[in-house]
Design a protein around this ligand. Structure first.
Ligand code: ATP
Ligand code: MG
Length: 261
């Protein structure tokens, strides 16, 4: 199955936690091939996936040799000639770390010239994103920062859904409107709300009523096991993802219905 999902939301609402849990949950079905993309400059998806920190992962944007080899230009250089469609199709398998059927790819950030620059690093990242979204026959989950900068216009039309994670708090609910606008501006079709850290029916109602014109994907409860795993620096539900709240599996199931809609 091929499913391309971007996960956004205000800072700290649980994007990384939710991305990791959904990835593990979807990979529990051995028929699914799952790629989790850390597109946040402060990468921390590895921890949620239980990928040991003693094997640091070099972000793609920092693989200077690979970037030079593929684009024909050294990272950090501007101007000059380099190819705008470098080969990237082997990168997901060669440069990801895998655990429990989830492959993690850490994108990293482009240092020079801002996000709009055309340089070898940004060219590789863009080509890789396009490859992952348009041409991979996998489930791809992308942990984005609040903005959706990594998704270019060419790519975003093929994203099956942008999941905006919100907490019951007013600020994250307000941010949802802005993120939806950004998503719509670049052409994402389905933009849906996932309530996270919900403590009961009142919280669900608050989210529903304050975001009345949004489609709601589901609600995940505030969960003590997630809090204590975070405190201990381990991944939640270490031994068995099936111990995760049942709502998580319901959300994963619903996401699958966005495939090629
Ligand atoms: N359902 C939940 N129950 C309990 N704690 C949660 C839940 N979801 C997330 N958290 C906790 O909330 C905190 C923020 O989560 P996380 O890092 O996933 O957010 P984020 O949106 O990725 O943040 P950032 O914007 O900094 O990348 C973490 O301490 C995490 O353990
Ligand atoms: Mg995060």
């Amino acid at each position: 199955m091929s499913l391309k999902i971007a996960i956004g939301g205000k800072g700290g609402v649980g994007k990384t936690t939710v991305t990791a849990l959904l990835a593990r949950c979807l990979a529990a079905d051995k028929n699914n091939k799952v790629i989790a993309i850390d597109a946040d400059p402060v990468a921390n998806l590895a921890a949620g996936l239980g990928i040991p920190e003693d094997e640091p992962i070099t972000p793609i944007a920092e693989l200077s040799e690979l970037i030079s080899e593929r684009t024909g230009a050294k990272p950090g250089t501007m101007g000059g000639f380099f190819t705008l469609n470098p080969k990237v199709d082997d990168i997901p398998d060669r440069f990801s770390k895998e655990r429990d059927g989830v492959k993690l790819l850490v994108m990293g950030t482009v240092q020079s010239g801002g996000s709009g620059c055309i340089c070898p690093e940004s060219t590789i990242l863009k080509a890789l994103m396009t490859h992952l979204v348009l041409y991979r026959d996998d489930i791809v989950l992308m942990d984005m920062e609040a903005g959706v900068e990594h998704l270019g216009r060419a790519t975003s039309g093929s994203v099956d859904a942008l999941v905006v994670v919100v907490n019951p708090g007013a600020r994250s609910r307000n941010a949802a409107h802005k993120i939806r606008q950004l998503g719509q501006d670049i052409g994402i079709k389905n933009i849906v709300i996932l309530g996270n850290r919900v403590r009961g029916p009142e919280d669900e109602e608050l989210i529903r009523s304050s975001l009345p014109d949004f489609e709601i994907l589901g609600f995940l409860p505030e969960d003590d096991a997630i809090v204590s795993a975070d405190r201990d620096g381990t991944r939640p539900f270490e031994s068995d993802i099936q111990k995760a709240p049942k709502e998580l599996f319901a959300v994963a199931e619903k996401l699958r219905s966005y495939d090629n809609q």
